[in-house]
Design a protein around this ligand. Structure first.
Ligand code: ADP
Ligand code: ASP
Ligand code: MG
Length: 469
């Protein structure tokens, strides 16, 4: 019997009708003889709303907390009433939702009393989105007369380090736990529903795997249970030549290698968490990105087979918004061994991930691209550690830039791709602030002002005729 992990994203679970649709998809697959493991995200926007509630609690805004609880209750109860028909199942699900919301309220009130929001308490708050969606899906499956059991990531046994907000799973112990706790259910024909995104440290403190982390939970389960395929169900047909919300004529990519898909995820195609491919690439488990609103479409297949039939050099373009550029300059860096290492050391120790770098041969200047929300931390740590010590004379920043990444395995060794990209961008009158090409030659990335980002993507999409693929 084929085993499939099915992960449902926030958009796929946005309303009660959608949850019913998702449960029916699972039911149909079990009727076709598949053994299904379900991984769920929080209902659409819930994680963002929880982040905002945590901030408001930190500002001691108690009125906001009460309103927030009410809003969450309405959203999840309305979904339950649409998705579940059986009165007893509906009541049972409703009780779990109410109990969970009472707990969120206590946590938020606690934060507001202490007036302190730490990465640890923030993770605890945001974990509630999935803790509310999983019982809804579980209830709906039972309403369809399927046997099911639901687990938090912690209960399922996903153990991580204590890097709150972006925790890394401890692979061996996690795989062992998942095999032990989830594996036996499949033999008993019980459908496990596991919350995506959330896990716990070895001491049981709740952590999260980074935004979009439910994809990662799905592939961890896939590797642990040696399934045949992972299906990432979302609201678009698959991985596309560009974000269809920016380029409506973007085309679906029927097949990608793990390497190409990883490149797309790392460089900002939102449809997949950047680390999600790691567990399945090792085990050679194929993944499919599929559309819950168009299940007839087989979606994008991500597998180890390289697709030789596609000759196109450029396959996809991603736009990474919310970026910032930091420029570090100083004549003291010229010919001074280890000066760049110091910059990266300071940033690394403060958990600032560098997405892109560019330097000039003069060595007097280095530009770095980081996530915009980390800019304050990056600037203050660089200034404290480096200024006034003879090496660096100035640290400046631009907080209104975005990164465009142009990807494709066949770009490797093909002459003239970069010149076509930059000519197309120049023709639209857009100024390029910084350029980098990975030596893998699988992508060319560059930085423009945020206001120019979408137009630049459009220009390249047209230049390489990606909508005609
Ligand atoms: P989910 O809630 O299912 O996890 P996400 O919002 O994380 O959904 O990812 C799906 C969204 O990713 C799509 O709605 C689409 O707008 C966006 N997206 C960005 N780039 C791409 C791309 N190249 N291909 C497909 N979708 C993309
Ligand atoms: N709910 C989490 C988020 O919004 C995880 C996920 O959706 O994958 O980031
Ligand atoms: Mg996602």
């Amino acid at each position: 019997m084929k085993k499939i992990v099915m992960k449902f994203g926030g958009t796929a679970l946005a309303t009660g009708e959608n949850i019913r649709r998702v449960a029916n998809l699972v039911a149909d697959s079990t009727k076709q003889g598949y053994s299904v493991i379900v991984v769920v995200s929080a209902l659409n926007h819930t994680t963002d709303e929880l982040c905002e509630a945590a901030e408001q609690a930190n500002k001691r805004n108690e009125a906001y907390i009460l309103k927030f609880k009410q809003k969450m209750l309405e959203k999840h109860s309305a979904a339950a009433m649409k998705a579940i028909e059986n009165r007893r199942v509906l009541e049972e699900t409703g009780q779990i939702i109410e109990k969970t919301l009472d707990e969120i309220e206590k946590v938020l009130i606690g934060i507001s009393y202490v007036g302190e929001l730490t990465p640890k308490s923030r993770d605890y708050v945001v974990s509630f989105g999935e803790r509310l969606s999983a019982p809804l899906v579980w209830g709906t499956l039972r309403d369809l007369k399927l046997e099911s059991q639901w687990f938090t990531g912690k209960e399922a046994g996903i153990v991580t380090d204590a890097n709150f907000g972006e925790a890394s799973p401890l692979m061996n112990v996690t795989i062992h736990h998942l095999k032990e706790k989830i594996g036996p259910l499949l033999e008993k024909k019980v459908i496990p529903v596991v919350t995506g995104y959330i896990a716990a440290t070895q001491d049981g403190v709740v952590t999260t795997l980074g935004r979009g982390g439910s994809d990662y939970t799905a592939t961890l389960l896939a590797a642990a249970l040696a399934v045949d395929e992972v299906w990432i169900w979302t609201d678009v047909d698959g991985l596309m030549t560009a974000d269809p919300k920016i380029i409506p004529s973007a085309k679906m990519l029927p097949e990608l290698s793990y390497q190409e898909a990883a490149e797309m995820a790392i460089f900002g195609a939102k449809a997949m968490h950047p680390r999600a491919l790691e567990p399945i690439m090792r085990e050679k488990i194929p993944a499919r990105i599929r559309n819950v609103f168009n299940p007839k479409n087989p979606g994008t297949l991500i597998a180890s087979t390289q697709t030789a039939r596609r000759r196109d050099v450029v396959k996809a373009i991603a736009l990474i918004k919310d970026a910032a550029m930091v420029n570090v300059s100083g004549a003291g860096m010229v010919g001074a061994p280890g000066s760049y290492a110091k910059i990266f050391d300071v940033l690394g120790k403060n958990n600032v991930n560098v997405m892109m770098i560019s330097t000039a041969v003069s060595e007097a200047n280095i530009s770095l691209i980081i996530k915009r929300n980390l800019l304050g931390r990056a600037l203050s740590t660089l200034e404290i550690a480096l200024l006034g010590r003879g090496l660096v004379s100035e640290v400046t920043a631009e907080d209104d830039v975005c990164v465009i990444a142009v990807m494709g395995a066949n770009m490797k060794g093909t002459l003239g791709v970069a010149s076509r990209i930059f000519s197309a961008v120049a023709r639209t009158g857009i100024n390029v602030r910084m350029i980098a090409q990975g030596s893998s030659e699988l992508n060319v990335s560059f930085v423009v002002k945020e206001k120019d980002g979408e137009a630049a993507v459009r220009a390249i999409h047209e230049e390489f005729k990606l909508d005609k693929m």
